[in-house]
Design a protein around this ligand. Structure first.
Ligand SMILES: *Cc1c(COP(=O)(O)O)cnc(C)c1O
Length: 421
């Protein structure tokens, strides 16, 4: 099936006389006829659902759909994108291990990797997204268990050369994890380019309607965890009656281990109702992404033409530093977010934002409605001007998330606000 069709049909096939729409299983637990049957499911939790702390039939449908869209073999939903990032690492790294991450990643992920994981004794070694293979290789240590990157970064919109990072990872026998939140599998399928694990904040385009926070981890199913670097996958799991993940669940050892250890123990799992809402967003994902891309390109071209901006950063513009990589990894379009720096710095950025009538001023991004954020006065307001510049945020920078309104109305809103400056 093609993506438009997968969005509507993957994961759920109604039985004869059954509900056409995937039902909401809003139930903590599931009933069995005998102690023997329950015991069998405890022996192999992939056989049936027992408890909604780590599996649920409605969420299961969503997981199958997302795995299919990403060309993966299995997926596990999480209660937030942050939890997907955290579990993607904890499933590979123990205290005393390290991993490499591109430094061009979402700010929340930087906090998680640089500060919180450090407290757990897991070291994150950052590398520039534009580093060459030798430089990435030079950061690898004997205890390095993974490489992490973000396809199209929020909010700096840099593009990850997935094949370059995958090459270094595989040369060292470790998997590449890619945060594919901004492109979604409709615009980019990192597994096709060598990524082993894909994660998402589903709070963004996948949910699409700004309804709920969520995340997902997808297992590409191709990485060889028996290569000697991952004893937790190849030796019996004492906490699960001696399960050997690469042997007992060879089709998707990564995701089964994540579910049976991390989700069982931490329980950051979405409810059936959350799965239902996420599925509703996914049903229109392919058709929405197409429109986000065409609207954003038109808005970016318009913004450039006004002469009121120092920079209009959108990887779909031909003079963008990442244009070639964007065309390679996201040939159908470069998503809906534009980062722009207005002439006149902080004051004009605030005037521009406050002058917008339709676009809303909010922390969210990738909403169905156009929304804007001024990092210098919001997410990064505690920083001094020097600190802002050091972390790549200009006081005049605005993150402009183009929605699905008629593009003429989005442009008219920008125009009337610029006129007041
Ligand atoms: C928002 C975001 C996250 C974190 O996701 P939450 O759902 O907010 O926890 C991670 N990565 C990227 C690229 C994001 O945009």
């Amino acid at each position: 099936m093609k993506d438009n069709t997968k969005c509507l049909h993957s994961g759920y096939t109604p039985v004869n006389g059954g509900p056409r729409v995937m039902p909401i299983y809003q139930s903590t637990t599931f009933r069995f006829n005998s102690t023997k049957e329950i015991g069998d499911v405890f022996d192999d939790p992939t056989k049936a659902h027992i408890y909604s702390r780590f599996t649920n039939p409605t969420v299961d449908v969503v997981e199958k759909k997302i795995a299919d869209l990403e060309n993966g073999v299995a997926a596990m939903c999480t209660s937030s994108g942050q939890m997907a990032s955290l579990m993607s690492i904890l499933n590979l790294c123990n205290t005393g291990d390290s991993f490499i991450s591109s430094s061009s990643i979402y700010g929340g992920t930087v906090n998680l990797f640089a500060f919180t994981l450090k407290k757990l004794g897991i070291e994150c070694i950052f590398v520039d997204v534009d580093a060459d293979e030798d430089e990435i290789q030079s950061k690898i240590k004997p205890n390095t268990k993974a490489i992490f990157g973000e396809t199209l970064t929020n909010p700096s919109l840099q593009v990850l050369d997935i094949e370059k990072f995958a090459h270094v990872a595989h040369k060292n026998g470790i998997p590449l994890i890619v945060d594919n939140t901004f492109p979604t599998p409709i615009l980019c399928k990192p597994i096709n380019h060598g990524a082993d694990i894909v994660i998402h904040s589903t709070s963004k385009y996948m949910d699409g309607h700004a309804l709920q926070v969520g995340g997902v981890i997808v297992d590409g199913g191709k990485f060889d965890f028996t290569n000697g670097n991952f004893p937790d996958f190849t030796e019996p799991d004492e906490s699960y009656h001696g399960t050997v993940y690469t042997k007992d669940y060879a089709f998707a050892p990564y995701i089964i281990k994540a579910r049976m250890q991390l989700m069982r123990d931490f329980g950051a799992y979405p409810s059936g109702n959350s799965g239902f809402l996420l599925n509703l967003g996914l049903e229109t994902l392919a058709i929405r992404m197409e429109k986000y891309c065409s609207n954003a390109l038109k808005v970016a071209e318009y913004l450039k033409g006004t002469g009121k901006f120092e920079t209009v950063n959108y990887p779909g513009l031909s003079d963008n530093k990442y244009y070639d990589l964007a065309k390679k990894y996201m040939p159908k379009g470069q998503s809906g977010v534009i980062s722009l720096t207005i002439k006149g710095g902080y004051d004009n950025a605030v005037k521009f934002m406050d002058g917008l009538k339709m676009a809303s001023n909010e922390v969210h991004v990738a909403d169905i409605r156009t929304c804007v954020l001024h990092p210098a006065s919001a997410t990064h307001r505690q920083l001094t001007e020097e600190q802002l510049v050091a972390c790549g945020i200009n006081p005049g920078t605005v993150r402009f998330s183009v929605g699905l309104e008629d593009v003429d109305d989005i442009i008219a809103d920008i125009e009337q606000s610029l006129e007041k400056i």
